[in-house]
Each structure stands twice: as structure tokens, then as C-alpha cells.
Design a protein around this ligand. Structure first.
Ligand SMILES: Nc1ncnc2c1ncn2[C@@H]1O[C@H](COP(=O)(O)OP(=O)(O)OP(=O)(O)O)[C@@H](O)[C@H]1O
Length: 330
């Protein structure tokens, strides 16, 4: 995966970036555009008696948009805070390119926390530039990055407004700009799509896809399964502090999705309910979605539809993430 052509280190101020030595390669300083992945191994976290994370393991590959999905209280925020080092785990490891993630790595991460943290009285551009400067960017480059990003996120007209004067959706866009303005090498976003209107969702999706396309690993949590399904390369599903499933959408479909079939006939498809080995999941007049207990049962249903006449279509339904989610968390 190719990295952006922008010479980031050269554009930064003279503040030096700490050098990390790769495990197993004592002589080589870490390349600023690293390739590799973020990995969690057996990460465990307790809050008093409550076991919030129970041996959580998964990976976020370079250039992969990874959706982190789970119900309320499943452990997403806790996991993200541990990745970012704002919370200590009770066990397990977080690795970047095979080496434990340290403070120097984390300075190159981008993070959008659950509790949004911009200064309400500060102007949008001023705030965004300030955050880039905190990460070591020189003034002119910080301003150029901030302006480009704010424009892209639809805040080009609002750069001189204070954060508190923005609508909640626009504050959210500003928060996303804040997480991205220093061109992070790893991006972690807690619910970046919550509270966004459909146009803003599209804009943010495109921005995140572009960031991932430069080779950055991106992990984001969301309750909006349709967005996750559309956007993600990989998925991690967490339930009750344990990883219930992870992998590409296709792999999860193959492993977990119960096959469903969709039938459309010109008349009424009510007869399908009486078909042996068939269980109707959704029904509306001549349209039905059903599961078949065997290939023979499915073929018999199709034969019956043909013999009754008026068959319009018969196809396999693509398993939705919502369906997989229900299946793996129950
Ligand atoms: N500071 C805390 N003290 C005690 N328990 C906590 C604390 N933070 C989280 N928990 C508990 O740990 C579990 C995981 O919480 P977490 O916030 O990580 O879940 P989540 O998946 O992000 O949920 P949501 O989607 O609702 O934001 C929950 O049972 C929660 O109540």
C-alpha cells in the first residue's frame, strides 16, 4: 500500500520524533511510514468486580478500515482507550508491527474519544491548527492541513466560528478533523458517525476511506450496522467483553450467516408457510424471505413456485451484518 507523497517529517518543526528500534533489527531506526498492523493479544480489563474485557484479541491491518461493533457496554470504548494508552489493561499486549506500542507510537496515533473534547470557545480553524502544532507540525503546514481537512469535511465556511456555535453534527465534523489533522499513522475513532446526517455520513465515510487508502490502519466503533457494512474491509464483533467474531465481511458471511432465500411471485406466496422444511422469516403478499433446512427442501419450494405459475424471481439473499451480528452475539 503506497504512502502519501507528502514529506511529513520535513514539514514538521524542528522538534524531533523519538526513534523506535524495530524488534529484531537493532540497527534500523523505524521508518516514518511504517508498514504492518496493530494487534491486541489477550487484553483483559476489570473495573472492580466487573470483567469488562476478557482476553480480547484481534488485529487491524495497514490500510484496512476495521469496524468495531458491539451492543451497549460490550467493551468497545474500554478497548479503544487501552489501545490509546489512556487506560491501562490488567493483562495482555497491544503490538504495533510486532513490538509493544509505546508513548512515541501513540503520539503518532489519531484518536476521537467517546467524550468529545474540543475547547468550546476556540474557533474551528484555530483549534484544528493548534492540535496539529501540538503534534509537532510547523505553523504553515499545520494551517494548510487544517484548511484542507475542514474544507473536505464541509466546514470551509465555518473556520472562524467558535466550536460552541456549531450544530452538534458540525461539532462532530470538527472533532474528526481534530483526530486527523496531524496525519496520524494509526486512527482510532469512537462512534464517528453518531449524530451525523446522511450527507455528513457520506462525507466522513469518504474521508476515512481516503485515509485508509494511504495505508493507515483505521479502527472505528459504530452502532450503525448499515454504515459498517458499506464501509469496512474488516469487522470485529464484541459481546460481553469477548470477541464474538472477526474477519472480512465475506469470511463472516461464510462462517456465520444462515443461508436465506428470497422468493417473489405474482400471486400470494402464503403456501410457502406450509412447505416442509421451510421457515418463513419475512413475508409480504407475493414476497417472502425464508430459510430451508436442506437443499432438497429449498428445491422443492422452488419446484412448487414454478408449478403454481407466476414466479418472478428466486435468489439467495445476501446475508446482512445485522443478521450475522444477531447470530454471533446470542
Ligand atoms: N469507569 C468505569 N467503571 C466501572 N465500570 C465501567 C467503567 N467504564 C466502563 N465500565 C463498564 O465496562 C463495560 C464496558 O464498557 P464500555 O464503555 O467499554 O462499552 P461500550 O461497548 O463502549 O458501550 P457503549 O456502546 O454503550 O458505549 C460496561 O459493563 C461498563 O458498564
Amino acid at each position: 500500500m503506497s504512502r502519501p507523497a507528502i514529506p511529513r517529517e520535513a514539514e514538521r518543526s524542528t522538534r524531533s520524533t523519538p526513534t523506535t528500534i524495530r524488534a529484531g533489527d537493532a540497527a534500523a531506526p523505524r521508518h516514518p511510514y511504517r508498514e504492518g498492523m496493530l494487534e491486541l493479544h489477550d487484553v483483559t480489563k476489570r473495573y472492580g468486580e466487573r470483567l469488562a474485557l476478557d482476553h480480547v484479541s484481534f488485529a487491524v491491518g495497514d490500510g484496512r478500515l476495521t469496524g468495531f461493533v458491539g451492543g451497549n457496554g460490550a467493551g468497545k470504548t474500554t478497548t479503544m482507550r487501552i489501545i490509546l494508552g489512556v487506560l491501562a489493561s490488567d493483562g495482555g499486549t497491544v503490538l504495533l508491527d510486532g513490538a509493544p506500542v509505546g508513548a512515541a507510537d501513540r503520539r503518532r496515533f489519531g484518536y476521537m474519544p467517546e467524550e468529545r473534547g474540543l475547547y468550546p470557545k476556540m474557533k474551528v480553524l484555530e483549534q484544528t491548527v493548534y492540535l496539529a502544532r501540538l503534534h509537532g507540525w510547523a505553523p504553515a503546514a499545520a494551517r494548510a492541513n487544517a484548511l484542507e481537512l475542514l474544507e473536505r469535511l464541509g466546514l470551509g465556511e465555518r473556520t472562524d466560528d467558535t466550536i460552541e456555535s456549531l450544530s452538534l453534527g458540525n461539532q462532530q465534523r470538527a472533532q474528526i478533523a481534530a483526530a486527523l489533522v496531524h496525519r496520524p499513522e494509526m486512527l482510532v475513532l469512537d462512534e464517528p458517525f453518531s449524530g451525523l446526517d446522511p450527507m455528513a455520513v457520506e462525507t466522513v465515510q469518504a474521508v476515512l476511506a481516503d485515509v485508509a487508502a494511504t495505508g493507515v490502519p483505521v479502527l472505528f466503533s459504530s452502532h450503525q450496522l448499515d454504515i459498517v457494512e458499506r464501509l469496512c474491509d474488516d469487522l470485529v464483533i464484541i459481546a460481553g467483553g469477548r470477541i464474538a467474531a472477526s474477519g472480512t465481511g465475506e469470511a463472516l458471511r461464510t462462517q456465520h450467516g444462515t443461508e436465506r432465500w428470497e422468493l417473489l411471485v405474482a400471486g400470494d406466496a402464503g403456501w410457502l408457510r406450509q412447505q416442509p422444511g421451510i421457515s418463513v422469516v419475512e413475508f409480504d403478499g407475493g414476497w417472502a424471505v425464508f430459510e430451508a433446512e436442506s437443499d432438497a427442501a429449498r428445491e422443492a419450494a422452488l419446484t412448487e413456485a414454478v408449478s403454481r405459475g407466476g414466479l418472478v424471481s428466486f435468489s439467495r439473499e445476501r446475508t446482512s451484518l445485522a443478521q450475522i451480528f444477531k447470530e454471533v452475539v446470542q
